[in-house]
Design a protein around this ligand. Structure first.
Ligand code: GUN
Length: 296
């Protein structure tokens, strides 16, 4: 079998078009322009790229973008003061503090200082609690993007599927598992201490790999016809492209896996583009909720 390649880039473009249409409605009918504030501390090159892309795509969707950058030496008090200011700014409907933060700053303290209704990352304890108890909060962007692609692939119905999530991070693994559980999947969360990972993966109709280990998931770990969502973005040396060159690979051995899987997301061009699209979608959702508006 040769797997269907799930085109995250095309899907993200569709989501962004819908967001832009919603933004136009909010402007024309309610005089609201959704605003997203992104906070970057330090000079981590990957974070700088992410923040630049977020800024560009926020503007392209017709929204306001506010980027706040700080040096790596910034202290927690300064950051908390900015979060407080953004919480109270009516032009800001969504706040995202780019992670990781430097060691002198307690990430949880900053995340939990964000007003939950403006927490477009969905990382605040109130939002993770709402996700776990079936309430209406903000849902983390990467798992939300994975879920939208899975629901699209399965025509909206994931009920009864065996889903295996590899990785237990607060950003992806844990919220992903909650989302799949809410869709009535039978969910297994695996991690670095899982006794027999290949055996767990072999039982899965749906595999979501989010461990950050290049090409760890092998083709012969998969059940015939499994649907594979690869969240990993790993830069590995590619001497075949020339000296000092790199290429991006996922957490799944794509060439092998696509012989056994029925569908798989590529890296790049799979989950990655969906994350920012979902961030924009969350910002519109946040703006609507703050104004008490329901868009049809
Ligand atoms: N760093 C890596 N992924 C993310 C994310 O989804 N949100 C934030 N805020 N930081 C990140």
């Amino acid at each position: 079998m040769s797997a269907h390649i799930i085109d995250g880039k095309a899907f993200a473009e569709k989501v962004r078009h819908q967001v832009a249409a919603d933004v136009t409605l909010l402007k024309n009918n309610h005089n609201i322009i959704p605003g997203l504030a992104v906070v970057l501390v330090g000079e981590d090159p990957a974070s700088q790229v992410y923040v630049r892309n977020k800024h560009k795509q926020t503007l392209e969707a017709g929204m306001k973008s506010f980027v706040h950058t700080f040096s790596a030496e910034t202290d927690q008090t300064t950051l908390l003061a900015l979060v407080d200011q953004l919480n109270n700014d009516p032009a800001v409907h969504g706040i995202l503090v780019q992670l990781p933060l430097p060691n002198q700053i307690d990430e949880n303290a900053v995340i939990n200082a964000i007003a939950p209704e403006k927490d477009v990352d969905g990382f605040h304890v109130i939002n993770s609690g709402l996700l776990a108890t079936g309430g209406e909060g903000m849902v983390p962007c990467t798992p939300l993007g994975c879920l939208l692609m899975l629901k699209d692939h399965f025509n909206g119905n994931l009920s009864g599927k065996n889903a295996v999530v590899i990785g237990r991070s607060n950003i992806v693994g844990k919220p992903m598992a909650q989302l799949l559980l809410n869709e009535s999947c039978t969910v297994t969360i695996t991690h670095s201490r899982t006794a027999d990972l290949p055996a767990e993966v072999r039982r899965a109709d749906i595999v979501v790999a989010a461990v950050g280990r290049p090409e760890m998931v092998q083709g012969d770990w998969l059940k015939e016809g499994a649907v594979v969502i690869d969240v990993g973005i790993n830069r590995i040396p590619a001497p075949e492209r020339g000296e000092g060159k790199f290429r991006l690979v996922g957490d799944v051995n794509f060439d092998e896996a696509s012989k056994t899987a029925s569908a798989i997301t590529p890296v790049p061009g799979g989950v990655g583009p969906m994350t920012i699209a979902c961030l924009l979608r969350n910002t519109v959702t946040a703006a609507c909720r703050q104004a008490g508006i329901t868009l049809s």
